[in-house]
Write a protein that binds this ligand. Sequence first.
Ligand code: MF3
Ligand code: CO
Ligand code: CO
Length: 270
Amino acid sequence: MRVRNRKIEIKNDRDIEAMRTVCRLAADTLTKVDGIIRPGLTTEEINTFVHEDTMAKNAKPAPLNYRGYPKSTCTSLNEVVCHGIPTPDRALVDGDIINVDITHIYEGYFGDTSATFYVGEPSDEARHVTEVCRRSLDIGLAQIKDGARLGDIGAAIQEFVEGHGCSVVRDFVGHGIGRKFHMEPMVTHYGKYGNGVKLKSGMIFTVEPMVNMGRHDVVILDDGWTAVTVDGSLSAQFEHTILVTDQGCEILTQRDQVLTQSERFPDFFG
Ligand code: MF3
Ligand code: CO
Ligand code: CO
């Protein structure tokens, strides 16, 4: 059966300009978070920083009160896969890895991006899972252009991640985004080449692979949000919001500066 994509919005020029703006603001907040990551900082302090920086831009933090989520950002440490809730009870310690996920709303449009940061010196495992995840996002994005298939993205990510001895989380996916936080399509980070809907110029969605050192299975803690690896293994995540173009994709959440606490091992793959 032919898969249609009638439900996937094609953005007009005005939407695209607005998405460029909100995504640039979210990327800027993520870049500023890089400047405060250090041992002793609590995840609550990260939340406060994100909240205030977002408001200073005349934007709103999308996570706050989203389906009852209590904070303005997600801070996912070590075995936390995603949706970690900031708390004054948890300070960063040397060797942690932490994903900070930022979503802004500006003039009615949403922009979503995240990165995993190193706190002090990472273990070999922490570095491995983080660098495999970082690269897997680039590899997924390289598949995107008008006429490619949605499944090509996940297939390329899965192939790379599993080829490096890690696993791809199945229970959370990327998503269309625009005037809503989560829209069609669902962007899985696993799959088969040639499967899924055809990508078209003007589609905007996130790609946000979560990569585990061990099994891909996750469980949700009693707080109803925090997703952790079932085997306690480390997990990393990177996320961009992108626009499909004729030639490839435009990374709307591209940063204009290096993340000094994340992009620390540029030669990891030689
Ligand atoms: N930013 C997350 C994503 O990439 C969603 C967070 S929902 C929240 O889709 F409620 F936990 F904030
Ligand atoms: Co997202
Ligand atoms: Co996000």
